[in-house]
Ligand binder design. Structure first.
Ligand SMILES: Cc1cc2nc3c(=O)[nH]c(=O)nc-3n(C[C@H](O)[C@H](O)[C@H](O)COP(=O)(O)O)c2cc1C
Length: 165
C-alpha cells in the first residue's frame, strides 16, 4: 500500500507530527502541501492530510491554494484520514477545527474515511472535527500536551494499519 502525508504547518508542530507519522509507517512519503499536491494524491492508496488550526478555526495557510479544489477530487477506492494540531486551552471553541474543514471539503470525493479518534483525555468545548462524538482524525496539542504526541501517534498509526489491512 502506498501511503502519503500532506501537511500544512506554520511554526513546525504539524510538520514534526507528520514526520513522526511517516516514521511509524516506515515508508510513507511526507510532503508540505502546495498547489501540486492534488495531482500527487492520485498516486497513493492511503492519504493522510494534516493541518494546524489558525485564526478561529481555519486550516493553516498553505491549504488555501487547494482547499477549493479538494471538492473536485475523485478518491474512490482510496483511504483518507486526518491529523490536526491545535490548542485546546486557548481555542477550546475551535479546537483542531481544520480537520473538520478538510473532511467537509472531501465529502463528495468518494474516499473511504478511516482513523477516527476518541475524545478521552482532551478538554475543549467545541470542534468542527467531531462526528458522532469522536474526532474525524488524530487530534494533537503540542501547546498543552506535548508529552502525549508520540504515544498518540503510535496508537493512531496502529489503528489505521488495522483499519486498512
Ligand atoms: C493566532 C492563533 C490562532 C490559533 N487558532 C487556533 C484555533 O482556532 N484552534 C486551535 O485548535 N488552535 C489554534 N491555534 C493553536 C495552533 O494551532 C497551535 O499552536 C499549533 O501547534 C500550531 O502548529 P503549526 O506549528 O504546525 O502551525 C492558534 C494559534 C495562534 C497563535
Amino acid at each position: 500500500m502506498k501511503i502519503a502525508i500532506f501537511y500544512g504547518s506554520m511554526t513546525g508542530n504539524t510538520e514534526s507530527a507528520a514526520k513522526t507519522i511517516a516514521e511509524k509507517f516506515g515508508g510513507a512519503e511526507c510532503f508540505a502541501v502546495d498547489a501540486g499536491s492534488l495531482t500527487k494524491m492520485a498516486d497513493y492508496d492511503l492519504i493522510l492530510l494534516g493541518s494546524s488550526t489558525w485564526g478561529i478555526g481555519d486550516p493553516e495557510d498553505s491549504w488555501d491554494v487547494l482547499l477549493g479544489d479538494l471538492a473536485s477530487l475523485h478518491l474512490e477506492g482510496k483511504f483518507v484520514s486526518f491529523f490536526g494540531m491545535g490548542n485546546q486551552d486557548g481555542f477550546g471553541d475551535s479546537y483542531v477545527d481544520a480537520m473538520g474543514v478538510l473532511k467537509e471539503a472531501l465529502s463528495g470525493s468518494g474516499a473511504t474515511f478511516v482513523g477516527t479518534w476518541p475524545t478521552d483525555g482532551y478538554s475543549f468545548t467545541e470542534s468542527k472535527s467531531l462526528e458522532n462524538g469522536a474526532f474525524v482524525g488524530l487530534a494533537l496539542d503540542d501547546d498543552n500536551q506535548p508529552g502525549q504526541t508520540d504515544a498518540r501517534i503510535a496508537a493512531w498509526v496502529e489503528k489505521l494499519q488495522s483499519e486498512v489491512a
